[in-house]
Design a protein around this ligand. Sequence first.
Ligand code: UDX
Length: 441
Amino acid sequence: MNISIVGTGYVGLVTGTCFADVGNQVLCVDNNQSKIDLLLDGKIPIYEPGLEELVSSNIAQQRLQFTTDINRAVAYADIIFIAVGTPPDEDGSADLSHVLAVAKAIGQTLTDYRVIVTKSTVPVGTAAKVRKAVQAELDARAVNVEFSVASNPEFLKEGAAIDDFMKPDRVVIGADDDRAVELLRSLYAPFNRNHERLIVMDIPSAELTKYAANAMLATKISFMNELSNLAERLDADIELVRQGIGSDPRIGYHFIYPGCGYGGSCFPKDVQALHRTARQHGYNARILDAVEAVNQDQKSVLLDKIDAHFDGDLSGKTFAIWGLAFKPNTDDMREAPSRVIIDGLLARGAKVKAYDPVATEEASHIYQQQQDVAFAGDLYSATADADGLIVVTEWKAFRSPDFTRLKSQLRTPVIFDGRNIYEPAMLAQAGFKYYGIGRSN
Ligand code: UDX
């Protein structure tokens, strides 16, 4: 099949490349010329394990092409995916101007039947707006071209996006005509082996499904974080509680890890956007409000512990930070808890020496004006002569450091562990003062 993908951001690039990899002819379009030049060279502007190799090999096999010409993309494909950005407005709702500009451009040159699919995370009702925008252009041209609109939200995790795409838990398709459903069904056939993974529904339900999934996951995290704050006050250990409740299959072990807050490009944005959608429809979504508020506060929990440990005087101290990205296996710094922690330390007159296996470059753009933030090339260059270690992201390489070396390096042997990757008893035995999340310290 011929497929066009509009937008070569994270979602568009992964989607296009994976469709190409199973044998489709894919044309990716983006209005950013330098991005397209980079991609034509087989290089990718983001960090995603395995993606660059997959892009290169599909370019070499002549299944994957890149262009800045949207008209070519409209003419090229049976199915056009819209995967452009939907950044949050100041009020937290998703900004649809890019999506609707693409819809308009499609309507301006459409001559034959196409399925136009929204892949970006868009508020309920967007597919209907896309349909209207395309139809308005057809009316302006006084032509009559049949087209379908569908919603096909993505559920990709950064750092595991290719695997998530190739082996999906489910493929959600929102459509209101059989022709679109059948085309999408055959497109997804290679990913639908062994058992039925396609869930076909009406368009608004598909659009809501995406937000519902992310909001449910964010709720699990904020709820656990709230319990962890309570556990500290009750001298209980949230890690034991986590195991105690996770063993109930109705609760499950997934996504109940307490920590210093969730970040990334999806959860914060999607929870806010859904809250906003609810308000626009006259409903006050109180749980969503609380999920967001708890998460904001949770990003400062480590700062409070650091403050308390040093009696509120951090001025002139230097802290090592391990992990900058919002989670392991990505360089994404969007809404990362590390940013709140670094900003808080700087505001208190402290300095930071940070190490992250891949996010240093991203972070150095953010802190380029900040002389008090330095970046280390490895774990122990960050901790040398630091007044304490703060672990913000649970990279595998942080799990089993050389504690003897660490202790001799740190001015005060204190560790603030924002992801509970260490065992308190073991660290106490090794001579550290240890602070975790929800571990009664
Ligand atoms: C998420 C969804 O998982 C994915 O399906 C959707 O398409 C996009 O949003 P992503 O943002 O890449 O993906 O990250 P994810 O792995 O889900 O983690 C999100 C955040 O939650 C991270 O900051 C992580 O540290 C935090 N988290 C996750 C916890 O604090 N505790 C947990 O138990 C799980």
